[in-house]
Design a protein around this ligand. Structure first.
Ligand code: ARG
Length: 393
């Protein structure tokens, strides 16, 4: 659709790019479609491995969830796609970019900010944003121009990457109603999941997953396998009221089986090996990291600054986490690490330990010092007020 319009309005020579981040679409079909519509040249770039290693793994280290719930599966892929567009533009000496984002979402921000930062001076055209067409109008326009639109695309607006699948629009816009079953493709309904639980043990090395049940796997293969295993048990469905950057609150439905498992496992292992001070401070850094990625500021230096801190904290995040998958639920049921700060003897109530209980009394004395002072002051002030207002008999 964009191709036709760019040719008609700008008389542009159009080169198209598809970047495979695991959206499971038929990319050959996209190429054919582009050529048929008159694209001069087409680039099909497989960036799945790069996405897993350079985008998803940092997100795991950062426990990245936007607003505490969404694993930013769409958000993360945008700066990667934009960087590939820039590579092609440089190679082809292009004068500008075009993308199909609307003017209502987050993706326009992510693309425009990243493209603008990596290729300053090149024009950015966003026809759909300019058109201000509704989805229905877009579909009708496509029909009129003889451009095929799939049935799912008519029903929902879908976006997917190896890190998760996002479903919007249609019936889902009624936030009070449970999403229809046909919105989901990667996960089975929990009630239809197997009747016996499945256990998976994930091994982490310095903050990133390296093996499942003892089998070493490359980043992409590991994520893909977990998507299948957890999806089979109905794990990873997310129904979220989300704040878009442009201010709109939207109802978003996701299925992110691997992300749900890996983020939960990673967070759990961190709690075993990081100090309390690290855990609590890192929660704030993590939230900021996910926020930056969500709001299109992946290329802002602050993201790399935070990465430097996060990477340092991951030095000891090595160990194994055992997960139980059952009927849509995920529970961490065990963890171990050579770098563990959890000491069974210290935590044990029954045996003599190196924990010196006699220090506790003095510790509490100082710990509560200011709190006691404040409460004593409050009490005496109240007494004085009482004495003033009490009338003499
Ligand atoms: N709200 C999410 C984000 O901005 C996902 C958007 C996915 N788009 C879609 N058409 N389903 O990252």
């Amino acid at each position: 659709m964009l191709i036709k319009w760019l040719q008609e309005k700008y008389e542009a020579d159009v080169i198209t790019v598809t970047v495979n981040v695991g959206q499971n679409e038929n990319l050959n079909a996209s190429e054919e479609k582009a050529k048929k519509l008159g694209a001069l040249k087409h680039y099909s770039i497989d960036a799945k491995d790069e996405f897993a290693t350079d985008y998803i793994f940092p997100a795991i280290k950062a426990n990245a969830l936007y607003e505490g719930k969404y694993p930013i599966s769409t958000s993360l892929s945008r700066p990667l796609i934009a960087s590939k567009m820039v590579e092609v533009a440089e190679k082809e000496d292009a004068t500008g970019f075009a993308h199909g984002c609307t003017g209502r979402g987050n993706d326009q921000v992510r693309f425009d900010v990243t493209l603008g930062a990596l290729a300053p001076g090149l024009k950015i055209i966003a026809p759909v944003r300019e058109w201000c067409m509704t989805r229905e109008e877009e579909i009708a326009y496509a029909k009129a121009k003889g451009i095929p639109v799939s049935n799912t695309a008519k029903k929902y607006s879908i976006d997917a990457s190896v890190w998760g699948r996002a479903i919007e629009c249609g019936l889902l816009e009624d936030a009070s109603q449970e999403p229809p079953e046909d919105a989901y493709e990667w996960t089975v309904a929990p009630e239809k999941a197997p009747n016996t639980p499945e256990y998976v043990t994930i091994k982490f090395e310095e903050g990133v997953p390296v093996a499942i049940n003892g089998e070493k796997l490359k980043p992409l293969a590991l994520i893909e396998e977990l998507n299948k295993t957890a999806g089979k048990h109905g794990v990873g469905r997310i129904d979220h009221i989300e704040d878009r950057l442009v201010g709109i609150k939207s109802r978003e439905v996701y299925e992110c089986p691997a992300a749900t498992v890996l983020l939960e496992a990673h967070k759990d292992l961190e709690k075993m090996v990081l100090t309390r001070h690290e855990v609590l401070f890192k929660q704030q850094v993590d939230a900021e990291w996910a926020y930056l990625a969500y709001v299109g500021l992946w290329v802002d230096p602050l993201r790399e600054d935070l990465d430097a801190f996060i990477n340092k904290t991951q030095e000891n995040v090595t160990g194994e986490v055992k997960i139980k998958l059952y009927k849509g639920g995920l529970t961490v049921v065990g963890r171990s690490s050579p770098m563990s700060l959890y000491d069974k003897n210290l935590a044990n109530y029954n045996i003599k330990t190196t924990f010196n209980q006699s220090c506790s009394k003095g510790f509490i004395e100082l710990w509560g010092l200011q709190t006691r002072m404040h409460n004593a002051l409050k009490k005496s002030a109240k007494k004085q007020r009482g004495a003033k207002t009490a009338k003499p008999a």
